[in-house]
Design a binder for this molecule. Sequence first.
Ligand code: GMT
Length: 377
Amino acid sequence: MKIGIVCYPTFGGSGVVATELGIALAAKGHQIHFITYNQPVRLGSFHKNIFYHEVAVAEYPLFEYPPYELVLASKMVDVAMHEKLDLLHVHYAIPHASAAYMAKQILAESDIHLPVITTLHGTDITLLGRDASFEPVISFAINKSDGVTTVSNSLKNDTYKLFGVNKDISVIPNFVCMEQYNMPENTELREAHAPNGEKVLVHISNFRAVKRVEDVVRVFAEVRKTVSAKLVLVGDGPERSRVEQLCRELKTCEDVIMLGKLKDPTEVLSIADLFLLPSESESFGLAALEAMAAGVPVISTNTGGLPEVNRHGVTGMMSDVGDVEDMIKNTLYLLDNEARLNKFKKQAKERAYDFDLGKILPMYEQLYQDVLNLVQL
Ligand code: GMT
């Protein structure tokens, strides 16, 4: 198949899923055309069957707000026409699904019928969904898609609850390529960051308020009073300076390592003992799954789709949002006992195999085929 993929090319989970999906589909022989405003971060350099089309919005003094969505729709039309796409898969509702609808209508004028699949990732529904100014556009664009997927049952339920959506929604969870996580611990990295055998706690996110990174620091500050430990923070974003400030206030700076953005989390995860994800909302929690794939148990909240990934008392522990005391208790419960920690590590990795690429990729391919069959009827 010739498939166009539209996504945010950033470090966010939706961009990562879209990019890894494109790479995996290309490896299976599909021809993939990424249509984005930048090279997707996880794309790397050069892959067989992958092509990249940049959406470049020209500067024009009259435009206070550059019309990105229109340029995107035009680019979709251009690529669909000239590369003869079989279908377009857009990730994130705003503005990708609505731009795809416009592209579809333009193409129909030339008798080209381009099926559109929309994958909803989370914040497009759970955060933007609360903003009434987006509601009509999001509902319309979802209803006009030929196929709709969400990354968890929780997000599917939220979509029906928050929007006037009447389409069937298929749940296709996030995935990992387990092969990439079967790497030995990077001993050099562990010695550099935890030279005295300290336990290594890791958090990876885009440091948005929804991630509650300050809770990570609060948990760590208490835990290190009992257990010798280091905290590695990966990522960057609007909350970073508040997090740094909190580290200073709680006098944890010497044990907190802030690495900033990393393209590939596998090496850091290879030295981790626990992963902390105290998010306010999380439609799936790809970062938690990536940690589990590396054999790292997860201390998380029980919000959104997280209980569909993390299993309380098996692959990690879960607490209510904001219940820092409970997270401290859970963290100590795992760190206190080496045998228990190792059991959780093993169980986390086993669970991650349920989301291996080999299991999830056929679900997307089947959906593509179903949508194409329906459109050809
Ligand atoms: O987590 C983020 O802030 C990034 C966000 C995105 O839209 O890129 O991630 C969302 O999509 C991921 C991939 O499907 C999910 O694993 C994340 O749980 C989801 N984030 C939230 O729901 C907050």
